[in-house]
Every structure is written in structure tokens, then in C-alpha cells.
Design a protein around this ligand. Structure first.
Ligand SMILES: *Cc1c(COP(=O)(O)O)cnc(C)c1O
Length: 516
């Protein structure tokens, strides 16, 4: 018994267990995004034990806590070897808190290197990337003051051409990013072709292999060169909390050349406290995710990774075949790795088509969580279709029969049903919005919190009828069908949608008013 505490530990943990029971299931293969289940309970136990051993450690200072230095060296060494950098001890690396942090740091380093050779330039550097590049690079450009120049991809396949990227290059480009593969469509960008072009011009070049890196490294089929084995690739990110099967909070950023990598650091002695030297964004940081990732690498070894990757690859192949066999749906492009996107097959008559968002909602009603992705108009006016995304993990293989049946049944249930008409939806909603369509059109990033909440309530996405209502504050769980929500995302001005989503997420975590 814990002496002198307000509540007993078993009671607190029981409450947490009850909360956890309401979560989407993290194990068992029913959620095909966000979670990466090896299916090996003993691996999860090992990760938890390892994290617990370093729980009190501060990862901020690997000279005081030398276990951190040893584990980080182990993880970076493994990553460098399997991601094409085996021969090159000039490749330096850092363990970060996740893919976003790895991507942010890749941009920061490239920006600072670019600036260092253009002392005093007032110019804003550019990042050039296909439109399919992960949103983390939008965030990086915003945080670090670069312009993100997005190159349109082929709307049919989601693939970018190296010449389209080459046309955008200039002296103001600090970094070119391609994906291995991209998240939305699993397109493996032409890494070698782009690297040849950027290397010729001396431009830094990042491969975002956050999702695919540790799966492609052990992929059972031959792949075009995509990693650090390509000479012009100057940095690469790969997440251990994806296909490294580690709990959340661990990714690796590898950089070619110690000198280049040093631009990643922040150091200062200009304050009266301890000298600060940070390779990553955080100061004090947990060592638990690093320890978990390290322990999993030690346990699995190359053979373990190869076996798990083969399971995910077989399940991916099986599911792609199932989808290809469903009338009205089609797999987008030529996906590489254990993920793919599904769109409507426009080649069949309208009455036989399946809308991927209705399909995902039908699958969700049967307990399978697929991820809806909105359509997007590119800079050249072409439109990327709205799709449904599936991320396949080793455990998926154990449920692939059941899942295949569910995917077929879900398609049968919604075949012929047209996609939600976003424009009609907005027009109808505008009637219930004070001020009507004009207010909707005028509203944007300048919206205050109450007005944004009012719009969300009118859209049925936020609980509580009025600002003073006792129930205000609980945004509640997701609605039963997401297709209408995605239709709004596609139809409303992006700035307004972004402001509304900020309001929704902010209110989800607000404390509920105490009614005692
Ligand atoms: C997941 C992902 C990221 C961002 O990683 P987080 O771990 O979610 O921060 C970046 N790029 C790609 C391609 C990803 O799939």
C-alpha cells in the first residue's frame, strides 16, 4: 500500500484500465494505421522492461547517463548498417522522439548549412518536395521559416518525376525531400534519379523513410536503390516506432558527413546555468523509448526483422489482391512496402463504383479501422482522388482472412452509393450557421474560439448546444460515419478547416466542468 497518498495504486490503475478499454484496439490488427503490431507479446514486454529500467534517466546528458550514449550508438549503428550506410563511418546519426522531429531536424540542418555559405543573405530558402511529402515538412517550413515548394505528382499513380523536381531547382533551394515510400499512396519516389540531379548542383537531399525505412530494409523483393547507398542522399529518417515495433517516441535521423550533421545541434553558454548542447528539439528527455527501441533491435536482429517484414509483405500482397478483385475499387499506383491506398475505380459504370470513404465507414461499423484521406487539388490544377489508406503490420497476417471478408462485405454494402456531396453539405449546414454562407466564407484563421466552437456544434462535431451549456467542453468521440467529415475537409476553405480542427482537438482535452 502506498502510504499517505490520496488514492490507492490499484484503484488508480483500474481507472486507467477502464479508460484504455475505450481506446481503439492497439493490438490484434483491427486498426490499420497509427499502430504497428509485431504480434509478439514478449517483444512488447521486453520493451516495457527496458523502458522501466531507464525510467529515472535524463536523456539530455549522455556524459552523465552513459547508458544513453551506449544505446544511442547501438541504435544508430544498426540503422546505418541496414539503411545503406554500412560502408560509411562518415554517416552520423541521432535518435529523436519520432518521425516529425527527425524531419524537422533534417530541415533545420539543411537551412543552417545553406545559410552558412551565404552569410547575411536576406533570401528565404526553399524546400522542394512532391505534394505527397509528409505534413511534417509543412510544419518544418512553418517553424523554421522556409518556403515549401510542392511539386505535383501524377494524379493516377501518386508518383513524382525527377524532371518535375529538377525544373524547380535553384540557388535558393536548401533541401530536396523525397519519400521512401510516401505515406498517402506508398509511392517510392525516384531516389537515385533525384539524387544525381541534386548532387550535381550541390543541394542537400533528404529521404523520408519514416514509415517504410525499417520495412524496406528487410523487404523480400528487389527494390530500386532508395537509401543511403545512393551517394547523393545527404540525410534519411526512419521511425523505430513504426516498423521497428517500438513503443511511440523513437526515430532515427542519419546524416552523411559529420560536418553536415553538426548543423543539427543547438549549443549555448550564454546564460548563467549549465552549458546547453542539444542535438534534438527537446531538452530533458526520456530514455525509455530509446531503451525500448534498442532492446527490440537486440532481440530481433536481422533475422527477426526479416521474418516480421515477410509477414507484413505477405499480408499486404493478399489484401492488395482482395481489393483489386473488388468491383468498383482500385489500388492507387504501384505501392511499395507494407501500405497502400484505395480509390474508386472510375472505369466501371457509376452504379458499380465504390466510394472509398463509404467503404471505410462500412468497414469501421464492422470493427476494422481504415484511414480516410481527403482529395487534394494540386498547384497545376489536377486533383488527387480521395482515398482510403491501409497500413499493414506483421499481425495483420493472422487476421487476413477475416479482414478480407470484411473488406468485400463493406464494398457490397455501399456499392453504387455516390460520394458525399461536400458542396451540398456545406450549403445545408450554412442554413444553420448564424450569418449563413457569407459567415462561413468569411470565417478563417481569424475566427475566435467561441465562433469556431459554434460552427463545430452546427456541424454536429462538438457536444453541447450553447456556450453556457453545462456539457460544454466535451467534444466526445468521433461520429459514426467519417465520410461527411472528410467531405467538409475537402469542401471548406483549408484555412477554415484547419482552424476548426484546431478548435476540435483543443476542446477534446479541455477539463470537463466539475459538476460536484
Ligand atoms: C509517420 C511519418 C512521419 C512523421 O512521423 P511521426 O512519428 O508521426 O511524427 C513522417 N514521414 C512519413 C512518411 C511518415 O509516415
Amino acid at each position: 500500500m502506498m502510504h499517505g497518498f490520496r488514492r490507492e495504486a490499484p484503484e488508480i490503475l483500474a481507472e486507467l484500465e477502464a479508460l484504455r478499454a475505450a481506446d481503439a484496439p492497439t493490438h490484434g490488427g483491427r486498426v490499420l494505421s497509427y499502430v504497428y503490431d509485431s504480434g509478439l507479446a514478449e517483444l512488447d514486454e521486453l520493451a516495457a522492461d527496458a523502458a522501466r529500467l531507464v525510467q529515472p534517466v535524463n536523456g539530455l546528458d549522455p556524459t552523465t547517463f552513459t547508458s544513453v550514449a551506449a544505446m544511442e550508438a547501438g541504435v544508430v549503428g544498426f540503422a546505418r548498417r541496414v539503411l545503406g550506410g554500412a560502408e560509411d563511418d562518415e554517416i552520423a546519426g541521432s535518435v529523436t522522439s519520432g518521425g516529425t522531429e527527425s524531419c524537422l531536424l533534417a530541415v533545420k540542418s539543411a537551412r543552417d548549412l545553406w545559410r552558412s555559405v551565404r552569410a547575411g543573405t536576406p533570401r528565404v530558402p526553399r524546400v522542394v518536395a512532391p505534394v505527397t511529402v509528409h505534413a511534417a515538412f509543412h510544419k518544418a517550413a512553418e517553424y523554421f521559416g522556409l518556403e515549401l515548394d510542392l511539386v505535383p505528382v501524377d494524379p493516377a499513380t501518386g508518383a513524382v518525376s525527377a524532371t518535375a523536381i529538377e525544373e524547380r531547382l535553384g540557388d535558393d533551394v536548401a533541401l530536396v525531400v523525397v519519400s521512401g515510400p510516401s505515406y498517402p499512396f506508398a509511392a517510392l519516389d525516384p531516389v537515385a534519379d533525384v539524387a544525381a540531379i541534386t548532387a550535381r548542383r550541390g543541394i542537400a537531399r533528404h529521404v523520408d523513410a519514416c514509415i517504410g525505412g525499417f520495412a524496406l530494409a528487410f523487404w523480400p523483393e528487389e527494390l530500386p536503390a532508395w537509401n543511403l547507398s545512393v551517394p547523393g542522399v545527404t540525410s534519411l529518417s526512419a521511425d523505430l516506432h513504426k516498423y521497428g515495433y517500438a513503443p511511440k517516441g523513437v526515430s532515427v535521423l542519419l546524416t552523411r558527413g559529420r560536418d553536415r550533421q553538426r548543423f543539427q545541434y543547438f549549443a549555448t553558454t550564454a546564460w548563467p546555468g549549465y552549458p546547453v548542447v542539444n542535438p534534438t528539439l527537446m531538452g530533458s528527455k526520456p530514455a525509455g523509448p530509446l531503451a525500448a527501441g534498442w532492446a527490440i533491435i537486440e532481440a530481433l536482429g536481422d533475422d527477426g526483422f526479416t521474418g516480421l517484414t515477410a509477414q507484413a509483405a505477405r499480408a499486404t500482397g493478399a489484401l492488395r489482391e482482395v481489393v483489386a478483385g473488388i468491383e468498383g475499387l482500385t489500388v492507387v499506383g504501384e505501392p511499395t512496402g507494407p501500405l497502400f491506398a484505395v480509390a474508386t475505380d472510375e472505369s466501371v459504370p457509376a452504379g458499380r463504383r465504390v466510394d472509398p470513404h463509404h467503404w471505410a465507414d462500412a468497414a469501421r461499423a464492422a470493427g476494422w479501422h481504415l484511414q480516410l484521406q481527403p482529395a487534394l487539388t494540386q498547384a497545376d490544377g489536377t486533383r488527387l482522388p480521395h482515398t482510403t489508406h491501409l497500413t499493414v503490420t506483421p499481425v495483420t497476417e493472422t487476421v487476413v482472412g477475416e479482414l478480407s471478408q470484411a473488406l468485400v462485405a463493406a464494398a457490397d454494402a455501399v456499392r453504387g452509393e455516390p460520394a458525399v456531396d461536400g458542396a451540398a453539405l456545406v450549403a445545408a449546414l450554412a442554413d444553420s450557421v448564424p450569418g449563413g454562407l457569407d459567415a462561413l466564407a468569411g470565417a478563417s484563421a481569424g475566427l475566435d474560439s467561441e465562433s469556431a466552437a459554434g460552427l463545430l456544434r452546427a456541424f454536429g462535431l462538438l457536444g453541447g448546444a450553447a456556450p453556457d451549456d453545462e456539457t460544454t467542453g466535451s467534444a466526445g468521440a468521433l461520429p459514426d460515419t467519417l465520410a461527411p467529415v472528410l467531405a467538409l475537409v475537402e469542401e471548406l476553405p483549408p484555412q477554415l478547416t484547419e482552424r476548426l480542427l484546431i478548435e476540435l482537438l483543443a476542446r477534446v482535452v479541455e477539463p470537463v466542468r466539475d459538476r460536484g
